[in-house]
Ligand binder design. Structure first.
Ligand code: ADP
Ligand code: MG
Length: 235
């Protein structure tokens, strides 16, 4: 039985939990988005960096898809952990270790044992709150490694509001689809809000005030990652 059937996502997305199938669908949706938006990410990185953000992520997620093909049946934790490890080993730019550590932390916060090969009840899968804590652990990992504060014009500027919006939605009673969609909208707003900022971390910081007026590529790819999550959890 494949992962989609196993955690119920195959039945029109009726399951509320974040099991192996959704984790895999998320990673595949990110790979698709990165492929589609590669040129835009590269353009943004050409303006305030070295123009490799699109190709870095495209190469990284292509390698992730290959790594997942060779992965034995695994829980969402192991799958996302493998995603992170692959990004760390395949992406040379700053974004590889940062996203790599984030996915490893998200994976570490989710069940990492293979789920039984039967359709599990929703209650056996990580729920919206559990995924929210895992996503927050991903942000902590990015901040621990990159030492960026909100306002430094980085990934953190999209990821921080995404986690806040996700948590607020869960607190207000939202399930996975509502929380993920709130997070995606907040990440997109956070990415747009990097335009007037001056970069204080990463390559763009070398430009000083000349980094002002451009949207940050990493914040933009973070918005793609949260939009992909909203797509695959949509009821
Ligand atoms: P590189 O800068 O090494 O060429 P990429 O182009 O792949 O790597 O990624 C650039 C993005 O990485 C930036 O747009 C920024 O969002 C993000 N970034 C750089 N440094 C940091 C940091 N210290 N913390 C968080 N994000 C960072
Ligand atoms: Mg770059």
């Amino acid at each position: 039985m494949d992962n989609a059937v196993r955690d119920g996502a195959a039945e029109g997305g009726a399951a509320e939990g974040f099991g192996t199938a959704r984790a895999e669908a998320w990673v595949r949706a990110i790979a698709t988005a990165v492929e589609k938006e590669q040129d835009r990410l590269t353009e943004l990185d050409s303006a305030i960096g070295d123009g490799d953000h699109g190709s870095n992520l495209r190469r990284g997620f292509a390698a992730v898809l290959t790594a997942l093909d060779g992965l034995d049946p695994a829980g969402p934790g192991a799958l996302l952990n493998r995603t992170g490890t692959t990004l760390i080993s395949k992406v040379g730019g700053a974004s590889g270790p940062l996203y790599g550590k984030a996915f490893r932390a998200i994976g570490a916060a989710l069940p990492d044992t293979a789920l039984p090969d039967t359709a599990l009840p929703d209650t056996a899968l990580p729920d919206a709150a559990a995924l929210g804590e895992a996503l927050a652990a991903g942000l902590d990992a990015i901040r621990a490694l990159g030492k960026a504060e909100p306002g430094d014009k980085t990934i953190v500027d999209a990821y921080t509001p995404a986690v806040a919006a996700y948590r607020a939605a869960v607190a207000a009673g939202a399930g996975l689809p509502g929380a993920a969609s709130a997070a995606a909208a907040a990440a997109e707003q956070g990415a747009r809000d990097t335009v007037p900022l001056q970069a204080r971390k990463g390559r763009a910081s070398y430009l000083g005030p000349r980094s002002i007026g451009h949207q940050d590529p990493g914040a933009t790819s973070t918005a793609l990652i949260f939009r992909a999550l909203a797509e695959v959890t949509a009821a």
